[in-house]
Design a protein around this ligand. Structure first.
Ligand code: ATP
Ligand code: ZN
Length: 293
């Protein structure tokens, strides 16, 4: 699958064609200014404003495409990257597509501790990670590799337990299974090939990383504005959990000012009441598209 050095000058990025990661990955690409359309009908999409092409693939195939240098970058779950033991560099964790690879067994059954699994059969789509988890503890298990509907296999007596991706645990419960241990916490990763990139492509990667960091920071932040009497500015500023001092703008009413700043989203509700008590009024919170620090 090796690609000759100059077979493409465009930076080629692999994303999941259709599945749980697709919409958020497309939102992120749009959010960092990569413009394209018609991705639903094509396997390869050229972008309008960068020398970038997107390759739409099954998520399972992305780690190897990136490892082999067919794609330069890829957006894919850590579960797939580590299952394929891919020789790639993880550039960023992107905090979407979060899930965990867990071992689950019939509820209230005899399988509780890892040592209970000696000689047992586990059904999974993740044979490498599952085997490794038990091998590292010196426990021998048998694997039945299954590509879908793994959670039904204990009822069918195909396996004693399963190793599968879980997010809420609802599917496990619905099938009478109990989650016992987590093998891997997963999220979507941005990965890069370890094959050498041309200086132009590498520069573009660096540029995207700055934008991705800004995009992620913005997602965690809100712009807040409020009005306050001038003499309350000091006490209000002390309550605001922002790293930089807020912007103060005078209002037509000479004893009133507007205070503007960026705060972490999770702090907003904590301080809102305090701000009001300290004399702030007309508090407005706005989402931020991106921020470059
Ligand atoms: P493809 O056709 O691309 O192979 P798929 O059916 O294997 O698709 P999806 O179900 O779309 O894959 O899941 C894609 C990724 O979403 C998973 O590999 C994982 O990283 C992440 N994910 C997040 N939550 C879950 C979950 N509850 N179950 C499965 N995958 C999840
Ligand atoms: Zn898949």
């Amino acid at each position: 699958m090796n690609r000759t050095k100059d077979s493409s000058t465009s930076l080629r990025i692999a994303i999941q064609k259709s599945g749980r990661l697709t919409d958020k990955t497309i939102d992120l690409l749009h959010g960092i200014g990569v413009e394209f359309d018609n991705y639903k009908r094509n396997l390869m999409v050229k972008t309008r404003n960068f020398d970038v092409e997107l390759l739409l693939l099954r998520d399972d195939d992305i780690p190897e495409y990136v490892q082999d240098g067919i794609c330069d970058l890829g957006f894919v779950g850590a579960n797939e990257v580590f299952e394929k033991d891919a020789d790639v560099t993880v550039l960023r964790g992107l905090n979407y597509g979060n899930c965990r690879l867990s071992i689950a067994a019939p509820k209230d059954g005899t399988l509780q501790d890892a040592s209970d699994f000696e000689g047992k059969t586990i059904a999974t789509s993740y044979p490498y990670l599952t085997n490794k988890f038990f091998q590292d503890q010196g426990i021998n298990i048998n694997i039945v590799e299954i590509s879908g509907a793994v959670e039904i296999t204990p009822q069918l007596e195909v396996a004693d337990a399963i190793s599968d991706l879980v997010s809420t645990g609802g599917t496990l419960r619905a099938n009478g299974l109990q989650e016992l241990f987590t093998i891997l916490e997963s999220e979507t990763k941005l990965i890069q090939t370890n094959k050498e990139l041309s200086p132009g492509k590498q520069q573009l990667v660096e540029k995207f990383l700055v934008r991705i960091d800004g995009y992620q920071q913005a997602k965690k932040s809100r712009y807040i504005m409020m009005n306050a009497p001038l003499e309350k500015v000091d006490s209000i500023s002390k309550i605001i959990p922002s790293m930089k001092s807020p912007t103060i703008v005078s209002l037509a009413e000479s004893d009133m000012v507007a205070i503007q700043t960026v705060i972490p989203i999770n702090k907003f509700w904590e301080v809102m009441e305090e701000l009001k008590e300290a004399g702030a009024s007309d508090i407005v919170m706005l989402p931020i598209e991106s921020m470059i620090l």
